[in-house]
Write a new protein. Structure first.
Lengths: 112, 115
């Protein structure tokens, strides 16, 4: 069966520090991968998605970037965090022609 | 651009009762999918139910069912025999068919199930 792992679960970082969040999927190949952010009490906003290795599409221009160095690995990064980057970050995957996205457990990021 | 609207920020229902959560969406496309996701306090997003726009029959999953009105662009979720474990945020979401399949979410409805 397929599983998605996301880490760390919680992260507290100072303003101006770098960020790296990782997401990996097991039990599938060539999935679509997605990064979402959820602000407190709000819905999910799509940040990036990838349909293949090295292919990244950005939905919201901002202080973040994404990379897909391997088929089942998706990384969210920042060189210098801002206070406004605080939030709950969720990774998701979609297999083949199915339009269902399955989510990781999320990372709670606090930038202080 | 596509939008998803959930007009009920909070709802409450007693255990064993039935509750309906509302969702409307706006699109000019004809082929798409609609979803309800549940986010309990753990914040894990869990798929509740899916509806294909080309299907007239409403989707059901055990105690969960939808009322899909394509012409009205309405997609409500009915929870029957509510249980304490149904307490969560519920998000309505929309995606086109296609390679990217990006989800557009509503702002959510917080459901509290009480004794």
């Amino acid at each position: 069966s397929q599983t998605i792992h996301q880490w760390p679960a919680t992260l507290v970082q100072p303003v101006g520090s770098p960020l790296s969040l990782e997401c990996t999927v097991e039990g599938t190949s060539n999935p679509n991968l997605y990064w979402y952010r959820q602000a407190a009490g709000r819905g999910l906003q799509l940040l990036f998605y990838s349909v293949g290795i090295g292919q990244i599409s950005s939905e919201v221009p901002q202080n973040l970037s994404a990379s897909r160095p391997q088929d089942r690995q998706f990384i969210l990064s920042s060189k210098k965090l801002l206070l406004s980057d605080s939030g709950f970050y969720l990774c998701a995957w979609r297999q083949g022609l199915s339009n269902i996205q399955y989510f990781g457990a999320g990372t709670r990021l606090s930038v202080l | 651009a596509q939008t998803v609207t959930q007009s009920q920020p909070e709802m409450s229902v007693q255990e064993a009762e039935t509750v309906t959560l509302s969702c409307t969406y706006d699109t000019s496309e004809n082929n798409y999918y609609l979803f309800w996701y549940k986010q309990p306090p753990s914040r894990q997003m869990i798929l509740v139910i899916r509806q294909e726009a080309y299907k007239q029959q409403n989707a059901t999953e055990n105690r969960f069912s939808v009322n899909f009105q394509k012409a009205a662009k309405s997609f409500s979720l009915k929870i029957s025999d509510s249980q304490l474990g149904d307490t969560a945020m519920y998000f309505c979401a929309f995606t086109f068919t296609g390679t990217a399949s990006k989800l557009t979410f509503g702002t959510g409805t917080r459901l509290q199930v009480t004794l």
